[in-house]
Write a protein that binds this ligand. Sequence first.
Ligand SMILES: Cc1cc2nc3c(=O)[nH]c(=O)nc-3n(C[C@H](O)[C@H](O)[C@H](O)COP(=O)(O)OP(=O)(O)OC[C@H]3O[C@@H](n4cnc5c(N)ncnc54)[C@H](O)[C@@H]3O)c2cc1C
Length: 460
Amino acid sequence: MTTLVRGGHRARYRVVLLGGGYVTLHAYAGLMRHAGRAVRAGDVQVVVISTDDAHSFHGFTGEVLAGLLPYDRTRTPLVDAMPHAHVVLGRATAIDADRRVVRYVLADDEAGRHVDPQHDSDSDSGSHSDANSDPHHERVLDYDALVVGTGGREPATAVPGLAEHGFTLRAPGDIAVLTERVREAAAHRGLRRHTVVVAGGGMAGVEMAAAVADLGGARVRVELVHSGDAILPELRDEQPRLARRAEQELRRLGVRVRLGVRLASVTEDHAYLSDGTSLPATTVIATIGQRPVHVPGLDAHRDPRGRLVTRPDLAVVDGVWAAGDAACVVHPTTGEPVPANALWAIKGGEHVGRNLARTLRGRPTRPFAYRGLGQAASFGVGRSISELYGIPFTGWVAWVLRLTFFLRFMPSRRKAAQVVTDFARHAAHGRNAPAPAGPAVAEPAVAEPAVADLAAARTA
Ligand SMILES: Cc1cc2nc3c(=O)[nH]c(=O)nc-3n(C[C@H](O)[C@H](O)[C@H](O)COP(=O)(O)OP(=O)(O)OC[C@H]3O[C@@H](n4cnc5c(N)ncnc54)[C@H](O)[C@@H]3O)c2cc1C
């Protein structure tokens, strides 16, 4: 069932941001930097529709898993990160670029709670309309400009049992649960060692394997499973010295690397590999590449992997922009698609924000001209590898470079400062550092008031 929310007091220009990740956060920042006055004056309304109520700073996932940073540091509520936007906690279900509308389902509707933004936000007290007894009650929102930043997901269903028994680390809360599980295994005094299987020998898999081994210590055995003949294929060709350094770090931490095999299936207590090996594993983490989140629509504008193909200015069609893991953005000099990582999502998002502001002023848009910076991975405090403009760094220098870059792009200055304090505390006290104050898991931001705001803006 569909509700058309129309009429009433309407901002002159509506920008809808799909997703609460790097792309949309930086598109918002770019828009505010170049057209913030119009947003604050109400001439431009910004609406964010996101399945997650907080931005996840994935870059520090390894540090959280290794117990160096609390999970809370990586989570910034969208209502704080985008204070001039209406945040709607929901899932975009379709894009109709011809009519310039996006369809979505509120998270509370999906969870079976009664929320009707056209009436009120008192979720539990109102009578249930027909629309709201439908758990997939679809709503429609029209836009003048739409930014698709829905990112990617590990293909959990590609490996039988992975969705039920494994972790993919994209789902909010996965990291906190996993860290607790490894901590418990490390403290366990029984005879059996706990085995953690990490599937995928790319940058994320290598970092996760190292982090689990670091936190788990002698009580936890870590097996890294990679289908290729060497880990870190994305680094090996251009920076073989850094790839070798990463292998050394894995050896130091006692991570066992199995090459030329895939994760075939997962059960509650085993990981089965493509060569017939079965590993008794109660924890399986998959970093096996990712697929773009598919929001139906714009199907003529996708590449074979399902990514939205962008024009040089990052528009997909008139009025729709895309960047990050959900998009195929071509590098301005190599002509190859840019990698799916945070740096490119941030820079793509910033560019979209700038072009949105130019469009508002009636100026021509500009092509995306960013050429890249480098890549980095960490294996503990003072133990990193970094490549900056093609120059390799290792150890403390690499660690400081990576940290400086990450702090610069954290959405919350307060959390960035806390991260510095956490690392300083760790440097002073090591694993015995006193626990930092604050919740282990970020309190969820409340979506209903923002939904009510949106309804107020749209209802006669
Ligand atoms: C564990 C891990 C570690 C990583 N480490 C690094 C690193 O060290 N360095 C690095 O450069 N990159 C790293 N990455 C990759 C990086 O995080 C991604 O490339 C980046 O997040 C892509 O940004 P994005 O904005 O496209 O998508 P995301 O940041 O993933 O944001 C997508 C957003 O869309 C929302 N969403 C999804 N579907 C819908 C829908 N249907 N409707 C509405 N909202 C929706 C999600 O909830 C989320 O808010 C890591 C990724 C992971 C998973």
